[in-house]
Design a protein around this ligand. Sequence first.
Ligand SMILES: *Cc1c(COP(=O)(O)O)cnc(C)c1O
Length: 231
Amino acid sequence: MATISAALQDVMARVARAAAMADRAPESVQLLAVSKTFPSTAIREAAAAGQICFGESYVQEAVEKIAALSTLPLEWHFIGPIQSNKTRIIAEHFRWVHSVDRLKIAERLSQTRPAQLGPLQICLQVNISGEASKSGVTPENVFELARQVRDLPQLKLRGLMAIPRPTDSPQAQRAQFHQVRELFEQLNARGFDLDTLSMGMSDDLEAAIAEGATIVRVGSAIFGQRTKSQG
Ligand SMILES: *Cc1c(COP(=O)(O)O)cnc(C)c1O
C-alpha cells in the first residue's frame, strides 16, 4: 500500500495531466481530499504533504476530527446528506457545504451560520441521473432553488455538485458531467455568478475535469479503500 503522501502526489499528477489535456491550468482544479471514515492521523499525514481542503460526509465523525485537528490551518467541506437537525453543527464547523438540495436545509444553514465566520460557501447538489434513491435537486428545479438560496444572507451560492451514476465508460461519464456543466452555464446565462463545479471522484476525475470540474472530491485514491461505510 502506497503512503498517503505518495498517493496524494499521484492524484495531483492525474489532475495536472487531465487539466493539460483539456487546455486548462492545473490550478483551475482544486483537490478536495475526502477523508470520511479515515482517522485524524490519516488527515494529519495528508496535511503534512501539503493538502489543505478535506471533505467529510458524516457530521459526528467530522466534528470530532475537526476538533482533534484544530491547530492545523485546514479547510473543511461537508459533502454528505444533510438532516435538518444537523444544520447548526454543520453551519458552525464547515466553510463549504456541497450537498444542499432543498430550501428548508438552506434556510436553516443560513439562520445558524455564526456571523463572524462569514458566509457559508454553497453548492447545490443536482441529481443528474434521475435515480430515485439519490439525493439532489432535479435539473428542472435547480433554477428556482438557486434563486431562493441566492437571497439567503449567510450563504454564498458558488455552484453545483453532482454524483453521477457510476459507469466504467469514459464516454458515459463525460456525458453525465456535460449535463451538469450545461446546467451551470444556463444558470450563469440567467444572471447567476457561479464559479464552482464540484464533480469527479477517484474513478472519474479525468472525465470531470474534461467537462470543466473546478473541485474534484477524491477519497479512496488518496486514503485507500474504505472498510466501513460510516464512521
Ligand atoms: C465518498 C465520496 C467521495 C469520494 O469517493 P471516492 O470514490 O472514494 O473518491 C466523493 N464525493 C462524495 C459526495 C462522497 O460521498
